[in-house]
Design a protein. Sequence first.
Length: 558
Amino acid sequence: MQEKTNYSALSTLVSVFFFWGFIAASNGVFIPFCKTYFNIDQFQSQLVDFAFYGAYYFGALGLFVLSSSIGKDILSNWGYKNGIIYGLLISSIGALAVYPAVNNAEMGDAQVFYYVLIAYFIVALGFSLQQTAAQPFAISLGDPSKGSHRLNLAGGINSFGTTIGPIVVALIIFGSTPLSGDELNNLIKKGQIEISTIQYLYLGVTALFLAAAALFYFSKSLPKEKVVSSFEKANKAMLLLLFISIIISVCFAMVFLSYSSSDFTFFNKNTEEKRLILLVISLLIILLGLLFAFWSSSKNPSGWGAMQKPQLLLGMIAIFTYVGVEVTIQSNLGELLKVVADKVNQLNPLGLKVMNDAEIAPYISLYWGGLMVGRWVGAITVFNPSKGLKKVLYILVPYSAFGVILLVNFGAYSINDILAFAICVAIQIGGFFLAKDAPVKTLKIFSILGVLGMIIGLFASGTTALYAFLSGGLFCSIMWPCIFSLSIRNLGKYTSQGSAFLIMMILGGAIIPPIQGKLADITGIQPSYWIAVFCFLYLLIYAFVTKNILSKQGVQTD
């Protein structure tokens, strides 16, 4: 008999997913403000992403190391509910810290920006704890076979926050929707946008975090039972992760020094190539380290903890790859649409007119909106509709979500844009009908679609190439819950530990995009999208291999 979904608890839980999307996407508005106000360059502004994704990794790693040191799974002992509450409180401290960080800051005071990064790092530390608890919590609120669908529902709420966050924050800071760079510069120079606005904004964010913590604390619908079980310290896993952390930290420190210190003679020649090599070393140390754990734990599982489960290890690489490809497609899209390939006709590499910031923004919104479209569809199964109704909803829901995107960006798209994306949505709908709600089959189909979309983008031009790249958001949308639920299947007492390992791998969003960026400096922006092709290919391989692994463990995946 299938377990019934605890809808009351799930409705409370998904509220925290909204915060992650709202705050993270709002950085896209806050970053250009900081870049202009504090007079920093593009590389410095990208440190916001490093602070966010780095905090996810080090927060989850710290939780694991602390659990190992005391021989007890801290999160299981707290309970998922308390873990989320503590995470919200940490995030509220980070949001509150923005107020003193920017207090009385003057234009051009770049040093203040680094204080802001510290505050953001604290916010993301809280997010790390929240995600580590919330992902397995959502899966536990009903039938495990429908766990990925509950994550899709939560992801759909997350994407809604991603869609409206930049609009709301832009209205608060600028008094309008996102502005072009020139308009923003003029407003700041005229004193029409003051730093105190940022302070009041993050005081409001602090209040929202505290309100969410109170909601969770006083909610009677959320189960709060604690799991007290023996905890294997997993010393081998801990040493491996610490070793990986040291290598990554050294590589990135050298890259940072190459920008800030002219005395760093290592970079006097072939600078871009050497930066790329260091970033690739960071990538390889993660992949090779996890593959070593896969090989070693298969021979002797003692000391590896959750890493003794092959579905978890391969899932860690999959989460790293998935987050990396999701972020890198859109992170480099703006540059793709800006760069002049044909200086005579002022065309970008796709053969389209070169766009400014204001013209690019709706396409970035369309990419992130594509994630919302897929996650709304993936959540349909949670509500147990009849087969006939489900087929109708598979068509109505994605186009309803598309309507929300058009409403949020009213007047920003041409008829050709709307038709092109509508075709991409139709392809995605076809994928859902073929997948039939099976996580493995879903991952296979959308990985194949992702590979095809990126290859078309690489070799085509014009609107076809643009929407091939934008379709990546639609095809990525459904992957996180599939990967996460498959990776923690059959982990038993290692479930929360495995969840922490998976959250660490959000680090992919900090490593893969700059690798593509450096590759673009050397080969050109459009050819750099081969990185995305290889990411989708791994996810396809992961789907096939994990199905076999779980089948051998007696776990049904389809």
